[in-house]
Design a protein around this ligand. Structure first.
Ligand code: PSU
Ligand code: MN
Length: 306
């Protein structure tokens, strides 16, 4: 794999690095918003003094920390494969381009030694489709990273996704909230496993996990900033309508989310896009702070006590 030089260095020094996914660039947001948001997420991480590493596969090479030219290419490229665990061997063997989902990013970023990851919404259990369960969930169960997000994607069955995460041993922390964030809206009616108020508390849970040798990710649910929140009733109405359209057009599998997101944007007159953009940039900022706390906690742990 190719690891950008500054990313290599920060990992070697045990500093703060934040992984970012690329599927939200190729499949989650329209051009040119996708490019702007990806750049702003990287900038938010840098503003906090951490190093961003956007992950993708380019011509079959897993790349940890794409450069600005590669980012612009991905933002406009068509036919880039959306890569979960299943897809990685295929894009490598065929030397093609792949955008990594949360699942794919967890695999590659963890291999490279990055411990914190910022994204938008987790994949999970689709509404009314018990067999359409995102590979994100099983990957979260076996990758000891910290994943900063705004809850499961709004269009999923939130309750089923939450139950599945419990079964898989993945804790959900609420960042200044008692409820699992509902992506476009600040709160669902589902309780988090622990409410935290600071990056240090998040790092503390990850450190305890590591001492136990548990492999699961720690999920941190950060609510969308208040000013950009979409009221729940409004978000739900748009989601229901979009799901109905997907049903009518027989959209299936990994094509479902890329079909639904633009429909939801249309139905909310762009407000879902505003919320999505806002939460992504905010999550990148929070993840950078968490990465600092974790780096410090790990350094303290290594230093002999006097
Ligand atoms: N949430 C969004 N937009 C997205 C995704 C999540 O708001 O584009 C992407 C993420 O990359 C996530 C993936 O990992 O969708 C899950 O897809 P699937 O349900 O097909 O596993
Ligand atoms: Mn799916």
């Amino acid at each position: 794999m190719r690891i950008r030089r500054d990313v290599q260095q920060v990992i070697r020094e045990g500093g703060a690095a934040v992984a970012l996914e690329s599927t939200l660039i190729t499949h989650g947001l329209p051009y040119p918003d996708n490019l702007r948001v990806a750049q702003q997420m990287e900038q938010a991480v840098r503003d906090e003094g951490a190093v961003p590493a956007t992950v993708a596969v380019l011509a079959g090479v897993p790349t940890i920390g794409i450069d600005s030219v590669q980012l612009e290419y991905l933002a406009q490229a068509k036919n880039v494969r959306k890569c979960s665990r299943r897809d990685l061997p295929i894009v490598l063997a065929t030397q093609s381009d792949g955008a990594t989902t949360i699942c794919g990013t967890l695999i590659l970023a963890h291999l490279a030694g990055v411990r914190v990851f910022a994204t938008g919404g987790l994949g999970g259990v689709h509404r009314g489709k018990v067999f359409d369960v995102s590979a994100d969930l099983d990957e979260l169960a076996r990758t000891p990273m910290i994943v900063v997000c705004s809850g499961p994607k709004a269009l999923l069955d939130q309750e089923a996704t939450r139950e599945r995460l419990e079964t898989l041993g993945v804790p959900i922390l609420g960042y200044g909230t008692d409820r699992v964030p509902a992506f476009y809206s600040r709160e669902s009616d589902l309780a988090v496993d622990l409410r935290v108020e600071s990056p240090d508390e998040v790092a503390g849970v990850a450190m305890a996990r590591d001492k136990l040798g548990l492999m699961a990710a720690v999920v941190v649910g950060v609510p969308v900033p208040v000013a950009d929140e979409l009221p729940r009733a409004q978000a739900e109405e748009a989601i229901r309508l979009a799901l109905h359209m997907a049903e009518e057009q027989a959209i299936r599998g990994e094509a479902v989310t890329p079909f639904l997101l633009p429909r939801i944007t249309e139905l909310t007159e762009g407000r879902s896009l505003v919320a999505n953009r806002s939460l992504l940039i905010n999550n990148a900022r929070v993840a950078a702070r968490v990465a600092h706390s974790l780096a410090l906690a790990r350094q303290r742990e290594r230093r002999p006590t006097i």
